[in-house]
Design a binder for this molecule. Structure first.
Ligand code: S3P
Length: 451
């Protein structure tokens, strides 16, 4: 599963105000999990609003490779006919996850306690990312890792025939690691316990409960989340309504704040508290962001977000907030370029192992566009209000969020901003350009040179 064969440079130009109401595509985290948990249930799970991006389609292909039947219905709903926990077939071919970290890490968890062999590969970005964080606990559960490359893809595993439940303290704040261990625990007899010192997005816990698993979450005396899962449940098919992805809405939110005169509403956005750190931070910076019509859908809080252009002021973002906005730092850095004063972002070590080294990629992109910043080992400080910004070419390093964040920068900069490859945007937000054009933005294909 690859992006366009050749890079597609895109250029964003400043225009008039952005105005209108949009719906962003379905949440990526929930979409991956809907396909996976549907595949592990016996019977038909249906998902409305599933994100149809390259990452999520890679997960669909992986679930088909072990026997699930996944089809899009005429009305756009996805039907997932699961094979049931324990019933996975051995895949015939190598499984290519493209750019998808969540897809590959969670799938390794599922396969790791099934008696099947599988080989995982990915694109140049995914092949640089650490897999040991998932393979290490899986080894403790009985998975054999046949990889020649140790911590990186390609990796071959043979799942445990007789899996062992474990107690695992997650050493890095990562929902992917937490989820991989819990998903491996599904097919291990007894109780798998995951201790999470720093809370991260809880979609795996919530959705597994919805599918009928016996899973509980409590706080221990140190305030850490302790998640206990009883193995070998019979998962019951569900109907899932996938809410809009707040990590995609983030680009529209920041664009509306920084393009003068804008007024944009984004409907049906997931508002799970583990995902809303960016909104809190932008409100603290003075952003006029209102959550309207807050309601529940499929066990999650959702709402409509109205954003009006605002003068922002720099802040220090609390380190403890990082997991609830971990994918949003690139676009926050863009907002910070338009704020009065400095915005300081500490606690960002995990950004170094995302689709790119995002800390470095953001810093280089800001510098290329005349925005002063200081890149620390695990922090970034951006000084807002530079005289004339834009005009640069940004290297995206196969990172969709770097591409989108810097296109947003170009919408509010006097000089246009170019990203060297916009094709990667399809991994998470295939309708990005179209939706932004509908709001009045100008994003065009170019040859990749500075304006
Ligand atoms: C995700 C977890 C996060 C996030 C990613 C999606 C998930 O990754 O960055 O986009 O769906 O579990 P980490 O677990 O590496 O923090």
């Amino acid at each position: 599963m690859a992006h366009a064969a050749s890079p597609k440079p895109l250029q964003a130009h400043s225009t008039g105000p952005l105005r209108g109401t949009i719906t962003v595509p379905g949440d990526k985290s929930i979409s991956h999990r809907a396909l996976m948990f549907g595949a592990l249930a016996i019977g038909r799970t249906t998902a409305v609003g599933l994100l149809e991006s390259e990452d999520v389609m890679a997960t669909a292909a992986a679930m088909r490779a072990v026997g699930a039947v996944i089809e899009k219905q005429e009305d756009g709903t996805y039907a997932i006919d699961g094979i049931g926990l324990g019933g996975l077939l051995e895949p015939e071919n190598v499984i290519d996850f493209g750019n998808a970290g969540t897809g590959v890490r969670l799938t390794m968890g599922i396969f790791g306690t099934h008696d099947i062999a599988a080989t995982f590969v990915g694109d140049a970005s995914l092949s640089k990312r650490p897999m040991g964080r998932v393979l290490d606990p899986l080894r403790d559960m009985g998975t054999t890792v046949l990889a020649r490359s140790g911590d990186r893809l390609p990796a071959s595993i043979r799942g445990a025939g007789q899996a062992l439940p474990i107690t695992y303290r997650v050493p890095v704040p990562s929902a992917q690691v937490k989820s991989a261990v819990l998903l491996a625990g599904l097919n291990a007899p007894g109780i798998t316990t995951v201790i999470e010192p720093v809370p991260t997005r809880d979609h795996t816990e919530n959705m597994l409960k919805g599918f009928g698993a016996d899973i509980s979450v409590a706080l221990n005396e140190d305030g850490e989340r302790v998640i206990r899962l009883k193995g070998r449940p019979e998962l019951v098919p569900q109907h899932i309504e996938v809410p809009g992805d707040p990590s995609s809405a983030a680009f529209a939110i920041v664009a509306a704040l920084i393009v003068p005169g804008s007024d944009v509403t984004i409907e049906k956005v997931l508002l799970n508290g583990h995902r809303t750190g960016l909104i809190t931070t932008l409100q603290e910076m003075g952003g006029q962001i209102e959550v309207l019509n807050r309601r529940q859908s499929g066990g999650e809080d959702i709402g409509d977000i109205r954003v009006r252009a605002s003068q922002l002021t720099g802040v220090t973002v609390p380190e403890s907030r990082a997991p609830s906005m971990i994918d949003e730092y690139p676009v926050l850095a863009v907002a910070a370029a338009f704020a009065n004063g400095d915005t300081h972002m500490p606690g960002l070590e995990e950004l170094r192992v995302k689709e790119s080294d995002r800390l470095a990629a953001v810093a280089r992109g800001l510098e290329a566009n005349g925005i002063p910043c200081v890149e620390g080992d695990d922090s970034l400080t951006v000084t807002g209000g530079a005289h004339r910004i834009g005009g640069g070419v940004v290297t995206t390093h196969l990172d969709h969020r770097i591409a989108m964040a810097f296109l947003v920068l170009g919408l509010a900069s006097p000089d246009p901003v170019t990203v060297d490859d916009g094709s990667v945007i399809a991994t998470s937000f295939p309708t990005f350009t179209t939706l932004f054009e509908g709001l009045g933005a100008r994003i065009v294909e170019t040859k990749g040179e500075a304006a």
